[in-house]
Design a binder for this molecule. Structure first.
Ligand SMILES: [Zn+2]
Length: 75
Protein backbone atom coordinates (compact mmCIF):
# COMPACT_ATOMS: atom_id res chain seq x y z
CA UNK A 1 0.00 0.00 0.00
CA UNK A 2 1.34 3.39 -0.88
CA UNK A 3 1.03 6.44 1.30
CA UNK A 4 -0.04 9.83 0.08
CA UNK A 5 0.14 12.97 2.15
CA UNK A 6 -2.75 15.33 1.68
CA UNK A 7 -3.73 18.71 2.99
CA UNK A 8 -7.43 18.09 2.57
CA UNK A 9 -9.75 17.57 5.47
CA UNK A 10 -12.01 15.91 6.47
CA UNK A 11 -12.38 14.01 3.22
CA UNK A 12 -10.06 13.25 0.37
CA UNK A 13 -11.19 13.02 -3.20
CA UNK A 14 -9.10 11.20 -5.69
CA UNK A 15 -9.43 9.59 -9.03
CA UNK A 16 -9.04 5.96 -9.80
CA UNK A 17 -7.57 4.55 -12.94
CA UNK A 18 -11.03 3.76 -14.25
CA UNK A 19 -12.03 7.41 -13.92
CA UNK A 20 -14.13 7.08 -10.80
CA UNK A 21 -13.88 9.92 -8.34
CA UNK A 22 -13.72 8.36 -4.91
CA UNK A 23 -14.11 10.16 -1.61
CA UNK A 24 -12.68 8.72 1.55
CA UNK A 25 -13.10 10.23 4.98
CA UNK A 26 -10.16 10.77 7.25
CA UNK A 27 -10.26 9.23 10.67
CA UNK A 28 -8.11 9.96 13.65
CA UNK A 29 -5.83 7.04 14.30
CA UNK A 30 -2.64 7.12 16.29
CA UNK A 31 -2.83 10.89 16.55
CA UNK A 32 -2.92 11.25 12.79
CA UNK A 33 -5.88 11.69 10.51
CA UNK A 34 -5.73 9.06 7.83
CA UNK A 35 -7.92 7.25 5.40
CA UNK A 36 -7.40 4.02 3.57
CA UNK A 37 -8.88 3.38 0.16
CA UNK A 38 -9.01 -0.30 -0.62
CA UNK A 39 -9.99 0.51 -4.20
CA UNK A 40 -6.54 1.79 -5.09
CA UNK A 41 -4.60 0.42 -2.16
CA UNK A 42 -3.63 3.85 -0.95
CA UNK A 43 -3.40 5.33 2.47
CA UNK A 44 -4.00 9.05 2.71
CA UNK A 45 -2.37 10.80 5.63
CA UNK A 46 -3.45 14.27 6.55
CA UNK A 47 -0.65 16.70 7.02
CA UNK A 48 -1.34 20.28 7.94
CA UNK A 49 -0.08 22.78 5.43
CA UNK A 50 3.12 24.13 6.88
CA UNK A 51 3.89 27.81 6.99
CA UNK A 52 6.27 29.11 4.41
CA UNK A 53 9.92 28.78 5.26
CA UNK A 54 10.69 31.92 3.36
CA UNK A 55 11.44 34.85 5.57
CA UNK A 56 9.06 37.67 4.99
CA UNK A 57 10.82 40.98 5.07
CA UNK A 58 9.53 44.41 4.34
CA UNK A 59 9.85 45.43 0.78
CA UNK A 60 13.22 47.09 0.19
CA UNK A 61 11.52 49.28 -2.38
CA UNK A 62 9.74 51.23 0.31
CA UNK A 63 12.23 52.09 3.02
CA UNK A 64 11.12 54.23 5.88
CA UNK A 65 11.00 57.79 4.68
CA UNK A 66 12.96 59.98 6.98
CA UNK A 67 14.10 63.54 6.82
CA UNK A 68 12.75 64.25 3.37
CA UNK A 69 9.78 66.21 4.55
CA UNK A 70 9.48 69.92 4.58
CA UNK A 71 10.68 70.86 8.03
CA UNK A 72 8.45 73.89 8.13
CA UNK A 73 11.25 76.44 7.98
CA UNK A 74 11.69 79.11 5.35
CA UNK A 75 8.03 79.72 4.61
ZN1 LIG B 1 -8.83 5.02 -4.14
Amino acid sequence: MRTVYVAEYPAVQHRHDDGDIVTVRLRLRGGVHRAVCSGCDTEFVYRKPTPSNVAHVKSPLLPGVKGNFDDGEGH
